[in-house]
Design a protein around this ligand. Structure first.
Ligand SMILES: Cc1cc2nc3c(=O)[nH]c(=O)nc-3n(C[C@H](O)[C@H](O)[C@H](O)COP(=O)(O)OP(=O)(O)OC[C@H]3O[C@@H](n4cnc5c(N)ncnc54)[C@H](O)[C@@H]3O)c2cc1C
Length: 406
């Protein structure tokens, strides 16, 4: 019998997890990604969860010391830079670019098709058909929508539902070891450092080295700021030609004025140690914060994984692990499907719906104090949790003890 064939739409982390795992069980797989070239500039730091590392190892990717870095404590600074709270932890973080590159290297280049934008998909009892913007069509037994929060696959199936804006955005950036002020470097590379201006939340966090030979350590910052959708957010998403890109903007198109504004605000609102990182990050990235919960993950021969299915606010720090577990569960279900594809897909959906919903709920809970407009409408401001509790909740689910070197 010839191998079953899958088309994966989206060649980011979800797509690469599922494509690599499907090949291991003998499926014939092609990945179609809208972007041409490399995606490494997209992500930043990731919490390192044991489940994430287990799926990487299953694909054959080593998870030795070079792919993770230790976090020794969570500390909070006041605006003057004085420590107000400290919680010791033993956590690990990794980096989006490290995980992406390893997954991409593990997958055959000739089966990864960049510059392919899915326009539509359809199915009948014999298979699925994907149609791309350049007119090319592809057929398969199964189509996997790993095309992220704005999934075209999902929109084809459920045009009336969309992610919900949370009322705030994250500015983030990465600073290489040599760029971190020398008097703060060792702290920035060991601790997760918070600062909590009114209605906002910023932190820096150590991040795994860029590659396994250079060992250039890094730290990342994330700063959640309220941004009214039709004014502040759209202004931030408007490029130097005056064109507004909606509610996101490619980092190189962010206006210098917007970057200057954020650096100026950092000097006024954040502890000097964090505001220096904001000033020194080479290319800040802006992400509006959304969440989304799908009512279904499978539709006949079409299935959703990762952010195409559930988008949790990034406070949970586990979106990538969720994507890895979606992929693993789907592939395990297909490996044991015993001739009944639809029963296997139903098993996948049944096992992952609850996990997705719970993660979305947790992200909403952790971010509720950053939603200014909603709390005003409700007539009472949602109070920020006590600092120590907040510091403990971030990073929960990360590897509780540092992974042993493989
Ligand atoms: C500020 C911020 C911080 C975060 N921090 C963390 C963290 O610390 N830890 C963590 O685990 N997660 C974190 N996340 C979440 C994490 O980034 C996502 O959960 C994860 O990247 C989802 O991966 P994905 O592959 O499902 O989707 P995406 O990474 O969005 O990939 C979807 C891919 O599909 C492609 N695509 C889209 N449409 C089409 C089409 N029509 N045709 C072909 N291709 C298409 C896109 O180009 C893209 O490459 C964070 C998110 C944000 C916004």
């Amino acid at each position: 019998m010839s191998a079953l064939r899958a088309i994966v739409i989206g060649g980011s982390l979800s797509g690469l997890f599922v494509a690599n795992l499907l090949r291991i069980i003998g499926w014939d797989v092609d990945v179609f990604e809208r972007t041409r070239g490399d995606l490494t500039g997209r992500g930043a730091v990731l919490g390192a969860q044991a489940d994430l590392f287990a799926v990487l190892r299953r694909i054959g990717i080593p998870t030795d010391k070079s792919i993770w870095t230790q976090v020794h404590s969570h500390i909070c600074l006041d605006q003057s830079g004085k420590v107000t709270c400290e919680v010791p932890v033993r956590e690990a973080t990794t980096a989006w670019d490290r995980v992406y590159r390893a997954l991409k290297r593990a997958f055959p280049t000739e089966r990864y098709h960049g510059g392919m934008t899915l326009l539509s998909c359809s199915q009948n009892e014999n298979g699925v058909l994907a149609t791309f913007a350049n007119g090319i069509c592809a057929k398969a037994d199964l189509l996997i929508g790993a095309d992220g929060m704005r999934s075209t696959v999902r929109r084809e199936l459920m045009p009336d539902i969309a992610p919900r804006y949370a009322g705030y955005a994250a500015w983030r950036g990465v600073v290489a070891e040599g760029q971190i002020p020398s008097d703060w470097r060792s702290k920035a590379l060991r601790e997760m450092v918070f600062c909590l201006p009114d209605g906002e939340l910023a932190f820096s966090i150590p991040m795994a080295a860029q590659d396994d030979i250079g060992d250039v350590r890094r730290c990342a910052f994330v700063w959640f700021r309220p941004a009214e959708y039709n004014s502040t957010l759209r202004r931030w998403c408007t490029d130097a030609t005056g064109a507004c890109h909606g509610d996101s903007i490619p980092p190189p198109l962010i206006r210098q004025e917007a970057i200057a504004e954020i650096r100026q605000a950092a000097r006024q609102l954040l502890a000097p140690q964090l505001s220096e990182l904001v000033a020194r990050a080479h290319q800040p990235i802006l992400s509006a914060i959304f969440d989304f919960e799908t009512p279904r993950m499978t539709f006949g021969r079409i299935v959703l994984v990762g952010d195409a299915a559930f988008v949790a606010r990034p406070h949970v720090g586990t979106g990538v692990t969720k994507a890895a577990l979606d992929a693993q569960r789907l592939v395990d279900a297909l490996a044991g499907f015993d001739g009944n594809l639809f029963a296997a897909l139903a098993g996948y959906e049944c096992s992952r719906m609850q996990a997705g919903s719970q993660l979305v709920a947790r992200g909403r809970r952790l971010g509720a104090h950053l939603e200014p407009r909603r709390s005003e409408c409700a007539g009472h401001a949602l109070a920020r949790p006590p600092t120590e509790r907040l510091l403990r909740e971030y990073g929960q689910g990360n590897i509780a003890d540092w992974p042993s070197e493989a």
